[in-house]
Design a protein around this ligand. Sequence first.
Ligand SMILES: Cc1cc2nc3c(=O)[nH]c(=O)nc-3n(C[C@H](O)[C@H](O)[C@H](O)COP(=O)(O)OP(=O)(O)OC[C@H]3O[C@@H](n4cnc5c(N)ncnc54)[C@H](O)[C@@H]3O)c2cc1C
Length: 553
Amino acid sequence: MCHTILVSKNYDYLDRSVRRAWTPTGGSDAILPSHATRWLADRTGLPVRTTPAVPDSALTVPESGLPEDAFDALCTVLGQAHVHTGRDDRLGRAGGLSYLDLLRHRGFGEPAVPDAVVAPGDPDEVLRVVEVCAAHDVGIVPFGGGTSVVGGVAALRGDKAAVVVVDLYRLDRLVSVDPVSRLAVFQAGVTGPEAERLLAAHGLTLGHVPQSFERATIGGFAATRSSGQASAGYGRFEDMVEGVRIATPRGDWRLGAAPASAAGPDLRQLVVGSEGAFGVVTEVTVRVRELPTIRRYEGFVLDGWDAGVTAVRTLAQRRVLADVTRLSDPYETDVAFAMSGGWKTALVRRYLRLRKVHEPCLLVLGWEATSKEELAARRHATLRALAGSRPVSLGTPAGESWRHGRFAGPRQRDALLDKGVCVETLETAAYWARLGELRTAVRDALVGSLSAPGRTPVVACHISHAYETGASLYFTVLVPRDADDPETQWRRAKAAACAAIGPLGTITHHHAVGVDHAPYLAAEIGTLGVDVLASVKRTLDPDGVCNPGKLLG
Ligand SMILES: Cc1cc2nc3c(=O)[nH]c(=O)nc-3n(C[C@H](O)[C@H](O)[C@H](O)COP(=O)(O)OP(=O)(O)OC[C@H]3O[C@@H](n4cnc5c(N)ncnc54)[C@H](O)[C@@H]3O)c2cc1C
């Protein structure tokens, strides 16, 4: 299934099946083995049935309501070839990749379809598009990879007559590299794999690898404060951002002049995480590192969640985290073993029983380095700090198996949807002292709201990002889908989880606010915080054309 890694944005521009189903062929048993389906049926009560996606032709798509004068003005800026108002082009940019987005493409609810999709070719054209939209009071939705799982790219009109998706796929250049300062300037539409390919030619890497890596873009990473799987080693995306350029209705704004500055608050961080609500990010200057030449991924098992958390906290506080540090709770470990299946997994389970591990929690550690010596020294430091937690080593096969399968989730999601499963994830973060309570509270909320006669949810959790003061928690939910009203089924569960998160952690560690988390923002940053953001928006976007309904609701 690796071919999608090579799919370029240009190739898939109008191919909605790729965008919707992640794979060109959609879900299939080839990516959800039959033993996994059986396990899921036993565990959750999943009835045996298939519920394939409905054909696009069956979806309702309203006519474009883009005013003629706005259409003409956009064509003047971009040329007609880059202003799309056809049904399929607009449907192809109707929403992101949340479970509810995917449901809408399966005939449950109507996707918010834009009135047009425009594709500017450089930052100046983006600025002129923003100016045209502001002049004609048309909403703008910046669209990178379209992988938002919180409604960030929903084509909401707000109080505007029409809304246009600004697809950034043509902003695909590495603008410059400064190998001395280790800086690279990327246009916003460059995808994760393309960024790494372009940097590798200079012996450099960004090291930002979220699970959506194959499709998400540099601009999207910046706009959402994304966090990659190797964030323990390379940092979160906002740590990598040295400068930004953003096209706002008030003009072009460039930020970032030195590695550190005391010239007032860091305004770059106001743009990072702005989710298109302040304008369209057109270029990002990022800190890059030497390309690793050697890597080692290993699996360990710890007995019980508390022991695992203590182990990861110790690594973080002694500052010897591996670049990838990921701890699964017993439920997620069970899912991982069940999905792997086969005699090797049976052997592992037996081996763990012999070692008297009662509640296996899988810990994946991965180091990347530029020399054997560096890798050995870092690995030694990590393992020395881990020793007190009595890890059972599963060796490199377990680590490599995780590394090879780490982008499989999105593909399996489509296969699971075809089987009638409700499959969704949510994430949060908290300080170490509250992490255990937070996990229990969210787990109880999800299990409680999704349990029904004959229907038992699987709720799995892992830590994928650890800090000296705390960590993120990432939950995956699998439960038979309510055939009649799947949207309400998930909305109820999500609301229960968000209520549980409220007093203990953040409403989002890396998925961003979008539409889904906007109602919870004030509780986290205060009404004063919301007022501050609203006044920044009023300054940069006085008519409110930028991404209506996102971030501030
Ligand atoms: C299967 C899956 C796995 C994921 N795993 C991770 C993960 O490991 N880590 C993580 O951080 N996230 C993850 N995500 C969430 C998502 O991929 C990230 O939020 C990502 O950063 C979005 O990038 P994108 O280019 O797809 O942005 P989009 O989805 O296109 O947009 C996201 C938001 O940013 C805005 N935006 C996009 N580009 C720009 C721009 N140039 N200027 C201004 N605003 C812009 C959009 O309007 C929208 O509000 C995952 C999503 C999926 C579907």
